[in-house]
Design a protein around this ligand. Structure first.
Ligand code: SF4
Ligand code: SF4
Length: 200
């Protein structure tokens, strides 16, 4: 025992663990120091994103009941929801009816991509997407109005550069995938912006 009452062997064990963890960290650092560097020719080539990558959301507005649970779960209060009345899922069609969705927006200048908004959603209509890029000229353009996107048949924002005419093939495929995914529910997306009494 030393004066503080801790066995001497604890002292040496802590010393050993400290040196060991530093060496493990340094081994990883050194591995990357001497690894071959690779320049990815983005956007000519697609970025290598993992399947579970958390990018800009994609939102199925036709299934949203405007319950605010996602907004309440958001640690930085960056989800804004406005509606004209209560909405609930119509069991026959599987889409939400009732009041109109007048606003569903996310401020990406604040969003941390933590996905805490996704789990509480009772209708599983808000998802983390796979787009990592949303350039803009001011902070205001970082606020994505998903209700405006729904009018254009979009569920996720398209970066400005993706709206150019000549694009690499992978971008065309990505945009086509997004549009094909939304196409079957496009009519319902627009209806979500209007009041729809349940049962109609
Ligand atoms: S990902 Fe996190 S920070 Fe972004 S909107 Fe969802 S809860 Fe909020
Ligand atoms: S939790 Fe889901 S259903 Fe509720 S407001 Fe958010 S996205 Fe809509």
């Amino acid at each position: 025992m030393n004066e503080s009452g801790r066995p001497v062997r604890d002292y040496f064990r802590d010393l050993y663990l400290t040196i060991k963890t530093i060496l493990i960290g340094m081994r990883i650092t050194l591995k990357y120091c001497f690894a071959k560097t690779i320049t990815l020719q983005y956007p000519d080539r697609p970025p290598a994103l993992q399947k579970r990558y958390r990018g800009f959301h994609f939102f199925e507005i036709e299934k949203c009941i405007a319950c605010d649970l996602c907004a309440k779960a958001c640690p930085v209060d960056c989800i804004y929801i406005e509606k004209t009345g209560a909405r609930k899922i119509d069991k026959a069609s599987g889409v939400a009816k009732g009041g109109a969705m007048t606003r569903y927006a996310i401020d990406y200048s604040k969003c941390m991509f933590c996905a805490l908004c996704v789990d509480p959603c009772p209708t599983e209509c808000i998802h983390m997407g796979n787009i990592h890029d949303l350039s803009g000229y001011d902070r205001q353009s970082m606020i994505v109005e998903f209700t405006d996107l729904a009018k254009r048949g979009l569920q996720t924002p398209e970066p400005l550069w993706m709206q150019k005419e000549r694009l690499p093939d992978w971008v065309d495929q990505t945009r086509r995938h997004w549009r094909d995914r939304a196409e079957p529910v496009r009519g319902e997306m627009v209806k979500a912006l209007e009041e729809q009494p349940a049962g109609k």
